[in-house]
Design a protein around this ligand. Sequence first.
Ligand code: AMP
Length: 279
Amino acid sequence: MMQILRTVGELRTRVRGWKADGRQVGVVPTMGALHEGHMSLVRAAKRGCDRVIVTIFVNPMQFNNPDDLAKYPRTEDHDAAMLAAEGVDLLFAPLPDEVYPKGFASKVSVSGITAPMEGAMRPGHFDGVATVVAKLFGMTQADRAYFGQKDWQQLQVVKRMVADLNLPVEVVGCETIREHDGLAMSSRNVRLDPLSRAQAPALYKVMTRAATALRDGGAPAAVLGQAREDLRLAGFTEVEYIDLRTAAMLDPMEVLDAPARLLAAAWIGGVRLIDNIPV
Ligand code: AMP
């Protein structure tokens, strides 16, 4: 039976019991509106740990856009049913006051890799992510934590924070799960109107084509310029960035001479989509 807990006190009591029995605890932090991408993290956690906690918390601190926060899909009953069917032991779904009680005054801020891309487009976003993830690690005392490569920069930020702060948790990055047409699964996809949904897979297609051109020796500046143009032609109204960067440090690359990542964010039908692939 999956338990649903809302307070840190109850969560700690439960985890203390598991740890006393020598159980390895895994956590999958999410914002809910679960899909197969989240479920792949849950399955990885089930394989790697004795007990699995999934957290659902739409973290106000990581939203720079109040409209995005207000419109973020919330489907807890459905989420809980999916998690129970997958054999999750505990769903932790606290209210904002439990996570940020009166007087809350601390912040975890990772510099450097948070500066470009999502960090540049969404001021304060990664402070919110790092702070809530550090708090969730403290609350759950998990031995392993599972994150998606879908949010590649976020994954690198979490790894950096864990290394820098010596947090006793192993961060596991899991592959991006896609729809049959290549669109990366995302809780925000439900907000796409039918035309935009039909056009949206172009993001992955254009990125895949660009990655091939880069591997074939194409100059990054020219290839990325073409990709921007292709995205606009495919119906994307704004391309915030499409960047070639070193995979872990996220430094810009002018020549492809090390393991790289191609990362993009673009708007279609009023919805902001992100994706990334290895090069
Ligand atoms: P979110 O609920 O969007 O904050 O995502 C929670 C976790 O699920 C994050 O670690 C995401 O990277 C991961 N995730 C979201 N979408 C996907 C996907 N399509 N494939 C794999 N992981 C995903």
